[in-house]
Design a protein around this ligand. Structure first.
Ligand SMILES: Nc1nc2c(c(=O)[nH]1)N[C@H]1C(S)=C(S)[C@@H](COP(=O)(O)OP(=O)(O)OC[C@H]3O[C@@H](n4cnc5c(N)ncnc54)[C@H](O)[C@@H]3O)O[C@H]1N2
Ligand code: MOO
Length: 400
């Protein structure tokens, strides 16, 4: 009898090789509701991010030289809303500027509105004067063009797992489409003469196909594209299903692997290259694995026992980790070095101890070589003495 670790290694190697070298497809970032994916190639930033120097605060854009001697009264220039390209700032003036609006030529710092006197924006029009505190360091509350990510820098390397934060970063960086690795295609076959699809009336001695639902959900959650088939105890029917889905990356079956007289998976796959044996665990003892030879092709198969709990536990023990390895790629996990600044590039003056704000540039959102695999192999207890699972119905009850 093989150990859980031995079997886990074997299934891991089988799945790794089955899912290596998948092709890729292009995903347009103009779409909404993008699904998770794994990058098939490095992506570089198409633009400087941010694309232009802009204000980090609502306040006044100033020339720091105008406040070099301390607080000063400056004439109020035209407002600069976000989304508008400003004119130049004349010396001795301060332009009301909104967060995200471009810093005008002639300005090199921003004073928050709270620190101005008066501390709210004056009505538009000539003749207004505002008093601002000084001195102020050049660059205060200015987000420099390219300070998050310069144009041409690798934003995410090949293998990066793409989720909500990554999709947002890609669009922000001017990327319009990316190559994403195709999801693993898995044929899931629920076997057993007694199985009925959900929603149909139950015939005598039949039960609903719980494994079809639970296993397809588990496989989908782990990143696979799943097609579900249900077959009875007829080997020809099982082979026909396999042939119909030739070209899948992996076949997963439930049921038909133990010691009964009608073990359709074992009877059909055993003579075609698949090994059946016991793993030292319960639930989940009887298992099948290997490469199935059908016609001139061979396809990797993993066969789980039919008891619904046994099938799910087998999935957790042997299949989830290698699927996640193949499907999730490199995650921006919690254990990674932070790639975003821990604090604002310029801390608000009220929290500063010294006179000048920090001018530490923001780190890039990501860079090549820093990503690491976050999906580790599932560890499973060694014990084989857990209580046995039972499912509703007895499989061969209707056999004559
Ligand atoms: N003489 C022996 N009998 C059994 C042994 C053994 O070592 N010697 N092992 C037992 C263990 S442990 C398990 S686990 C099961 C595994 O049997 P199979 O993989 O051949 O599974 P089936 O016989 O097809 O089904 C077992 C059980 O699960 C129900 N089932 C099957 N598929 C589904 C499904 N899709 N949805 C819901 N329920 C399902 C089926 O009706 C049976 O009740 O063998 C023991 N027997
Ligand atoms: O090994 Mo079975 O899967 O215990 O119920």
């Amino acid at each position: 009898m093989r150990t859980i670790e031995e079997h886990s290694r074997q299934i891991g190697a089988l799945v790794d090789s089955a899912l290596a070298g998948r092709s890729s497809h292009r995903v347009e970032l103009a779409e909404t509701g993008l699904a998770r994916g794994v990058l098939a190639a490095d992506v570089v930033s198409g633009i400087d991010l941010p694309p232009f120097d802009n204000s980090q605060m609502d306040g006044y854009a100033v020339a720091s030289a105008d406040l070099a001697e301390g607080a000063a009264a400056l004439r109020v220039a035209a407002r600069i809303p976000a989304g508008h390209a400003p004119g130049s700032l004349a010396r001795g003036t301060a332009a009301p500027i909104m967060t995200g609006a471009p810093i005008p030529d002639g300005a090199d710092a921003v004073v928050q509105i709270e620190r101005a006197d008066p501390a709210s924006f004056l009505p538009e029009g000539p003749g207004h004067v505002v008093t601002l505190p000084g001195p102020i360091a050049p660059g205060t509350f200015v987000r420099r063009s390219g300070s998050d990510l310069p144009r041409g820098r690798v934003l995410f390397p090949q293998g990066t797992s793409l989720g909500a934060p990554q999709w947002g970063s890609l669009v922000a960086a001017g990327v319009d489409s990316v190559l994403v690795v195709d999801r693993p295609r898995i044929l899931l076959v629920s076997t057993g003469e007694e199985l009925a699809a959900a929603g149909r009336p139950l015939e005598p001695a039949t039960i609903y196909d719980a494994n079809g639902a639970s296993m397809s959900a588990a496989l989908t959650e782990a990143g696979a594209e799943v097609v579900l088939e249900r077959v009875g105890d007829d080997p020809e029917a099982l082979l026909a299903v396999v042939r119909r889905h030739a070209g899948v990356d992996l076949i997963v079956t439930t049921g038909g692997v133990s010691e009964g007289a009608y073990e359709v998976v074992r009877e059909t796959f055993g003579p075609r290259g698949v090994t059946f044996g016991a793993v030292a665990m319960q639930p989940g003892g009887p298992q099948g694995w290997g490469s199935l030879a059908v016609d001139d092709a061979s396809v990797p198969v993993v066969c789980f026992p039919g008891n619904p709990v046994s099938a799910l536990i087998s999935f957790e023990a042997f299949l989830r980790a290698p699927l996640l390895r193949a499907g999730v790629g490199r995650c921006l996990g919690a254990s990674r070095r932070r790639s975003w600044p821990r604090e604002p590039t310029h801390r608000p003056a009220s929290t500063r101890s010294g006179a000048g704000a920090s001018t530490r540039p923001a780190a890039p959102a990501s860079s090549a070589g820093r990503a690491r695999t976050c999906c580790t192999r599932t560890r499973w207890p060694r014990t084989s003495s857990t209580s046995r699972s039972e499912s509703a119905g007895s499989k061969r009850a209707t056999r004559s």
